[in-house]
Write a protein that binds this ligand. Structure first.
Ligand SMILES: NC(=O)N[C@@H](CC(=O)O)C(=O)O
Ligand SMILES: [Zn+2]
Ligand SMILES: [Zn+2]
Length: 420
């Protein structure tokens, strides 16, 4: 195994130093090592994404575990959690083990499968949560993402069930009766465009219900892709009361607004929908304060025919793994400790993922990424490693280039390029 000496690197924004990677660990042991000139570069603990769609099995034309893993490594990630809305759905030990195994074979990031809460994501009957938990994949997070677990009794039972092994239910908060036929955020712009709206209250009502359920049964709830100022207020109150709830926000909800729907370009169609500027500002503030714990990409690759069509027929979702850190950097600036917390340490902690999100100190596994904050790049969809092209940032100049990523001491990205 090659050893690496990162010369003159700034570890999470601190004064330049040398960082040695040996035998898969951060090390202090002297000896031969390949020197990487890291002057001006910042080392962060490898990023951890709690919300990724890898599309395998079933839609390998849109993404595979391997292509998604490569996109993740290029984005600075060392671990991603793969959502269960595949085909077949990841609702059995067999499917989660298949995804986990494919991740190991690709060997670019640690792929941790998320299990479905209900059989076939149909919201009727609990899936085999226990069997997925005890499988080789060791599933701890369960979600019907793409769909809301709308039935409150089922949601309560799921929360109770996972409590036994300190599991988490990650909820896609969308009251389905309030979003029938919805095409975009309900507000001024939807009225102007004559499109059916997805009201903020459809999200907020479910979060309010679920924090009460989680409080009642003493279980852990995680809220996916929080998108409204009202949701932030519900979370703030719940956290103040001590409810065991955590929450994520996507880079796109921190940056983009519903005005973009006026272009009728389906690249901007996503669930939950892009909201208003005041929502964007509330989400940023919540992320800085910690009311929202983490940034998660909700990387949602879609094949061309599912995206380059009429707005009403297009599937919701956008790719995000390769642009997440640059977007967050453009919003938060060089607050490296905050970025490391929200994109690596906190997601690893929430998931109970050992060996990730740890300080880059001697003896720790060398899971890290090297960023050049002074580099700028124009996003070119054709250059993405993801098999899909549905990025809303085509032609946008973003700060920060991922120069290298290491997974247990092995480079997955070097010189900005995937190693395999
Ligand atoms: N975010 C999206 O708009 N789409 C996701 C599902 C989801 O995250 O709800 C997908 O699977 O495509
Ligand atoms: Zn969702
Ligand atoms: Zn999702």
């Amino acid at each position: 195994m090659t050893s690496y000496l990162l010369r003159g690197v700034s570890v999470v924004g601190a004064a330049p130093t040398d960082l040695l990677i040996r035998d898969g660990l951060i090390s202090t042991e002297e000896g031969p090592a390949e020197v990487i000139d890291a002057a001006g570069l910042v080392a962060l603990p490898g990023l951890v994404d709690l919300h990724t769609h890898l599309r395998e099995p079933g839609r390998e034309d849109a993404e595979t575990v391997e292509t998604g893993s490569r996109a993740a490594a290029l984005g600075g990630y060392t671990a991603v959690f793969a959502m269960a809305n595949t085909s077949p759905v990841a609702d059995t030990a067999g499917v989660v083990e298949q995804v986990w195994r494919l991740g190991r074979e690709a060997g670019l990031v640690d792929v941790q499968p998320i299990g479905a809460v209900t059989v076939g994501l149909a919201g009727k009957q609990l899936a085999e949560l226990g069997a997925m938990a005890t499988s080789a994949a060791g599933v701890r997070i369960f979600s019907d993402d793409g769909h809301c677990v709308a039935d409150p009794r089922l949601m309560r039972r799921a929360l109770e069930y996972v409590k036994a092994f300190d599991g988490i239910i990650a909820q896609h908060a969308e009251e389905p009766r309030l979003t029938e036929g919805a095409q975009m955020h309900e507000g001024e712009v939807s009225t102007r465009l004559g499109l059916t709206g997805w009201p903020a209250v459809a999200e907020e009502a479910i979060i309010a219900r679920d924090v009460l359920l989680a409080e009642h049964v003493g279980s852990r709830l995680h809220v996916c892709h929080v998108s409204t100022a009202g949701s932030v207020e519900v979370l703030r109150q719940a956290k103040a009361r001590g409810v065991r709830v955590t929450a994520e926000v996507t880079p796109h909800h921190l940056l983009l607004t519903d005005e973009l729907a006026a272009s009728y370009d389906p690249v901007y169609k996503v669930n939950p929908p892009l909201r208003t500027q005041s929502d964007v500002l509330a989400l940023r503030e919540a992320l800085i304060e910690g009311v929202i714990d983490i940034v998660a990409t909700d990387h949602a690759p879609h094949a061309v025919e599912d995206k380059e069509c009429e707005w009403a027929y297009a599937r919701p979702g956008m790719v995000g793994l390769e642009t997440a850190l640059p977007i967050v950097l453009s919003i938060l600036g060089e607050q490296w400790d905050l970025i490391a917390e929200r994109m690596s340490r906190a997601p690893a902690r929430i998931a109970g993922l050992d060996g990730h999100g740890t300080d880059l100190a001697a003896g720790a596994p060398a899971n890290l990424t090297l960023v050049d904050p002074s580099a700028r790049r124009v996003v070119d969809p054709a250059e993405l490693a993801s098999r899909s092209r549905n990025t809303p940032y085509a032609g946008t100049t973003l700060p920060g280039r991922i120069v290298a990523t290491f997974l247990r001491g092995e480079p997955t990205v070097l010189d900005g390029k995937a190693v395999k």
